[in-house]
Write a protein that binds this ligand. Structure first.
Ligand code: ARG
Length: 459
């Protein structure tokens, strides 16, 4: 296939070089954006008197037939034509004749590829936002379904204080709310039009970039042509957002995996969301959560890869930047799949209320409340801490829990204990007493539900 840039070359490109430098195997995903961008560009060229109206019409008609062919699967992408831009342009000229060659007036592949990735990402951000919001909704649903279930809260993975399962879940809701906020910022970064920057320095033709921006629904235009074609910070922002989101999903996955183990037995994942073992007949594995935790690694990798690719590049475009796309595409696919499968897994999951409750009964996680009881009777917190620490040590040696102590035993540790101490360190009391704003009490969690509904409507 003859090259669109073949004029100055005396030899054909080595086939290995063709294959190595081509991006068509992956950038063909952007065919719709490439064509929409070209249609807007041709419209602008005619409006500005750079090409004739009839020429623009022929070009646009030709582009539309190419779009239809690609969508019908009747288009063969050629490696020898390197990328999506030249595959489409060459086919256009084959189809409509020499006038097709006017489309690339006042344009370079450098601003064209930047346009395509801006548009592609912008579109996918909408889809990811919808899925992210649905996952938030699934979290609220599971939290509301098991609203009053008590479980141990952990620090250092040691039982710390009793909490509501719903409070634990809503912590993830809050994290995802910030992810959503970050995603909006990523969208803003994609909402800037690079087209019209030319190869790097602008163009000698009297183009109208703002007209193109309006047609393609960009609210801003890059102010500097060299910046427009050489930076990929909008993709890096996306990969950063994606990495943080995956880090959150990886943490909840870790908990899901732990909680569904026989040792914990806090939850049971639905059979439809687990897989079996080819050798051990009894196995039911939490593969979805494990894979989401595992895929976090590749998303972090894509962020590191592009940061590293971009860090040493002199302005403006360098072919290194072609490496921006595969990681971005893979991250989009990974996020969309992970978010959807996660929401359905959470919706189908069962919470083992009894086991969670038993885990807080046979435990010292009410020790802070016992100390708080003494503080409320006037003892400084540090002394109260000491008294309760001694009581715990005593219980450990006597093989008892704090709830098993008699009033006489309590009084051995401090005369401030009265008969209401048992009520004060009951698990439900401990949970509901944490009614400070943002705390685990049932009123606190209800408050979070109200805020969450509001967020889901407004965000
Ligand atoms: N396929 C190229 C990329 O993805 C398009 C831009 C090529 N520009 C160039 N001057 N070779 O970056």
């Amino acid at each position: 296939m003859s090259k669109l840039w073949g004029g100055r070359f005396a030899k054909n490109t080595d086939v290995m070089v063709e294959e190595f430098t081509s991006s068509i195997s992956f950038d063909q995903r952007m065919y719709a954006e490439d064509i929409a961008g070209s249609i807007a560009h041709a419209t602008m060229l005619a409006k500005c008197g750079i090409i004739a109206n009839e020429e623009a019409d022929t070009i646009i008609e030709g582009l539309k037939t190419i779009l239809a062919d690609i969508e019908a699967g009747n288009f063969s992408f050629e490696i020898s034509l390197e990328d999506i831009h030249m595959n489409i342009e060459k086919r256009l000229t084959d189809r409509i004749g020499a006038v097709g060659g006017k489309l690339h007036t006042a344009r370079s592949r450098n601003d064209q590829v930047a346009l395509d990735t801006h548009m592609y990402l912008k579109h996918e951000i909408g889809a990811i936002g919808t899925l992210l919001q649905d996952l938030q909704q699934a979290i609220v649903e599971i939290a509301q379904k098991y609203q009053d279930v008590v479980m141990p809260g952990y620090t250092h993975l040691q039982r710390a204080q009793p909490i509501l399962f719903s409070h634990h879940m809503m912590a993830y809701f809050s994290m995802l709310t910030r992810d959503f906020r970050r995603l909006k910022g990523v969208w803003e970064g994609t909402d800037i039009l690079p087209l019209g920057a030319g190869a790097l320095a602008g163009t000698t033709f009297p183009i109208d970039r703002h007209f193109v921006a309006q047609q393609l629904k960009f609210s801003q235009v890059y102010e500097n042509s060299m910046d427009a074609v050489s930076d990929r910070d909008y993709i890096l922002e996306f990969l950063s957002f994606a990495s943080i989101l995956m880090m959150h999903l990886s943490r909840i996955s870790e908990e899901i995996i732990l909680w569904s183990s026989t040792e914990f037995s806090f939850i049971e994942l639905d059979d439809s969301h687990c897989t079996g073992s080819s050798i051990m007949p009894q196995k039911k594995n939490p593969d979805v959560a494990e894979l989401v935790r595992g895929k976090t690694g590749r998303v972090f990798g894509h962020l590191m890869a592009l940061l590293t690719t971009a860090k040493g590049l002199p302005l403006a475009y360098n072919k290194d930047l072609q490496e921006d796309k595969e990681g971005m595409f893979d991250t989009i696919d990974t996020l969309k799949f992970s978010l959807s499968v996660y929401a359905s897994m959470l919706r189908a999951m069962k919470v083992n209320q009894k086991v969670m409750r038993a885990a807080v009964s046979n435990d010292f996680s009410n020790a802070t409340d016992m100390a708080d009881y003494l503080v409320k009777k006037g003892l400084p917190f540090r002394q109260a801490h000491e008294v309760v620490g001694k009581s715990v040590a005593y219980c450990l040696s006597a093989n008892k829990w704090l709830m098993d102590l008699s009033l006489a035993e309590f009084k051995e540790f401090s005369p401030l204990f009265e008969s209401d101490i048992l009520e004060a360190i009951k698990v439900e009391t401990c949970v509901d007493a944490r009614n400070s704003y943002g705390g685990t009490s049932s009123t606190g969690v209800k408050q979070q539900f109200t805020v969450a509904q509001d967020i889901l409507i407004k965000q």
